[in-house]
Design a protein around this ligand. Structure first.
Ligand SMILES: *[C@@H]1O[C@H](CO)[C@@H](O)[C@H](O)[C@H]1NC(C)=O
Ligand SMILES: *[C@@H]1O[C@H](CO)[C@@H](O)[C@H](O)[C@H]1NC(C)=O
Ligand SMILES: *[C@@H]1O[C@H](CO)[C@@H](O)[C@H](O)[C@H]1NC(C)=O
Ligand SMILES: *[C@@H]1O[C@H](CO)[C@@H](O)[C@H](O)[C@H]1NC(C)=O
Length: 523
């Protein structure tokens, strides 16, 4: 009896599962998010494999995972390499000056789509590696929801359970697929440049964007990696996802209705305690001591400062020059800064900056950023006031999302050539203490979240591993027609009944009136 009990205890506790995190290597922030998922599961005692087929070679030697040791790579084909190059060295420079909303971004999305499809072909041509992976008998696969080559992979490896995830804050297509209520009138898609207060044209844009994208891009066809290579009906499989993980945080994002299936783990990659314990090296520390205030300026790793229009560089320089008591650390990727800012003392140009360590340092006063989600999460958790200057993709929405908390200011990329507007933004963020106070308040809320993103993710991943697909979480609303879902049939019938009743009442009233008047005449 006692032995049984001990055995039970033993097996009860040692419920370790096998997870596959599938993360094609093409973007830094994306790999960081999925590596954190892998490491969190490893740290919780599970067997995790991080499968990261190369697309963009320059990231190949970066170790994204820390505690997860089972990292499997795969070489790209020539074609895939080319797509990777197009994508990473890309045509992004034009977005310094051009509109990048959903309709403009379609050519870029097409390249991404081709790249993901080619990724599928590469896996099919490398079944040797897949056969090795198959031996690990995975319980669950976790992958970026819009990289559909994960579905033939899951099929080949015979993985029963899957968790599509997105490294952005909100993906309307995924929401629709799993039957989550979407509210285009008040919740913007990750590619919409709006916040939560939308004008009539913005609401129309927001509502028609997903169907328009569907129409322009279409749904990719993926075939099984096994003969006879039948096509896989991905659309019918997606709703069977046990959970979906989103890189949004309910305390930062716009409030919206979700499903039990939707697990918001935004901020999971930010370990604020670890960041605060990082020490800046002597050189950087000295730079922070130079003046009473210091501001970090970085436009991220997709659009480079060196490529911005010359007019913008001059305007930024002129604005910075006005703040003699502020040191500006400007991430600038080559030596051409000499052409416009030679001899200006309070600007420190650097090809690389220790961004998180700087943000975690109390001596840094503010941050001018492109509002990539990684930076947004970091500065939210570390409580820094910021100027948000979004350029493309989800950055416009990210900026609106954070500005709502009153700890930051949005500066349009079209105003980057206007020195006066930049000066006003600098003046406010550096000297109006309300921004710092509100930024700190948000950071404190995030520090005290009832359930931490990491714990939330691990618990749900374990639940999925134990119970597999969860049809009980699949809402019936998904199968309803538009007319049923929005009660349009009920409204139509109610209207007809109402009109009929009004009609009958007026008729009766008229008859009654006629009768009394006829009576009146006779008398
Ligand atoms: C996890 O990996 C270890 C070492 O490879 C292995 O002994 C163990 O059986 C694995 N666990 C499961 C649940 O497969
Ligand atoms: C990665 O590292 C290996 C060995 O250290 C080296 O041979 C290779 O050229 C590196 N690749 C890239 C893309 O830097
Ligand atoms: C810079 O700081 C000094 C000393 O704190 C002060 O006297 C001066 O007015 C400041 N200059 C500007 C431009 O704010
Ligand atoms: C931000 O400021 C506005 C206007 O003062 C206020 O209505 C709103 O509640 C504030 N938001 C937060 C999150 O503090």
């Amino acid at each position: 009896m006692r032995l049984l009990f001990i055995l039970f205890l033993f097996f009860g506790n040692v419920s370790s599962f096998n997870f596959l995190v599938f993360c094609p290597l093409f973007a830094h922030s994306h790999s960081k998010f999925f590596a954190t998922i892998a490491d969190s599961l490893t740290d919780a005692g599970h067997n995790v494999t991080f499968f990261t087929p190369t697309i963009v070679e320059k990231y190949r030697n970066v170790s994204y995972t820390k505690s997860t040791k089972d990292v499997v790579h795969m070489k790209p084909s020539k074609k895939l390499k080319e797509y990777g190059e197009q994508m990473s060295t890309g045509d992004f420079v034009r977005y310094w000056t051009e509109d990048s909303t959903a309709t403009e971004i379609i050519p870029v999305v097409r390249i991404f789509q081709k790249m993901y499809n080619e990724q599928g072909t590469v896996m099919k041509d490398n079944v040797g590696i897949l056969n090795e992976l198959k031996k690990r008998k995975f319980d669950v696969i976790i992958f970026e929801a819009y990289i559909y080559s994960a579905y033939p992979l899951m099929d080949y490896l015979e993985i029963p359970t899957f968790i599509p995830s997105v490294s952005v804050a909100h993906d309307t297509s995924l929401a629709i697929e799993i039957g989550e209520p979407v509210m285009p009138s008040v919740v913007s898609d990750c590619l919409s440049p709006f916040g939560d207060k939308l004008s009539i044209t913005e609401r129309a844009f927001n509502a028609f964007m997903v169907p328009y994208f569907d129409f322009m891009i279409g749904y990719p066809t993926h075939r099984s990696f096994k003969p006879p290579y039948n096509p896989i009906d991905i659309r019918s499989i997606v709703p069977e996802a046990s959970f979906v993980f989103l890189n949004s945080n309910p305390f930062v994002d716009f409030p919206r209705p979700t499903l039990t299936k939707t697990i918001q783990i935004g901020g999971i990659s930010v370990d604020s305690n670890e960041l605060r314990s990082q020490k800046l090296d002597e050189t950087w520390s000295e730079i922070l001591k130079l003046r009473e205030k210091t501001m970090l300026v970085s436009f991220g790793s997709m659009l480079y400062s060196k490529d911005m229009p010359f007019k913008n560089k001059i305007a930024l320089k002129n604005a910075m020059e006005k703040f003699k008591n502020v040191t500006f650390i400007w991430k600038y990727e080559d030596d051409s800064s000499d052409e416009f800012a030679k001899g200006i003392e309070n600007i420190h140009f650097a090809k690389w900056v220790p961004q998180t360590a700087l943000l975690a340092d109390s001596r840094l006063s503010a941050f001018l950023t492109h509002a990539g989600l990684g930076s947004i999460n970091e500065l939210s958790y570390l409580g820094k006031p910021a100027i948000l200057c979004p350029q493309l993709f989800d950055q416009m929405r990210n900026a609106k999302m954070l500005v709502r908390h009153n700890g930051s200011i949005e500066l349009s990329k079209y105003d980057l050539g206007d020195s006066e507007k930049i000066v006003n933004a600098f003046q406010a963020i550096l000297f109006d203490s309300s921004y710092a106070k509100n930024a700190l308040k948000l950071a404190e809320q995030l520090e005290n979240q009832p359930i931490k993103p990491k714990e939330m993710m691990v618990k749900h991943a374990e639940f999925a591993a134990r119970f597999g697909r969860l049809p009980s979480l699949d809402p019936y609303s998904r199968k309803m027609t538009f007319i049923e879902y929005f009660l349009i049939d009920v409204a139509a019938i109610s209207m007809v009944v109402l009109i009929a009743v009004v009609f009958v009442i007026t008729k009766m009233f008229k008859i009654l009136c006629n009768k009394t008047s006829v009576k009146g005449k006779i008398e």
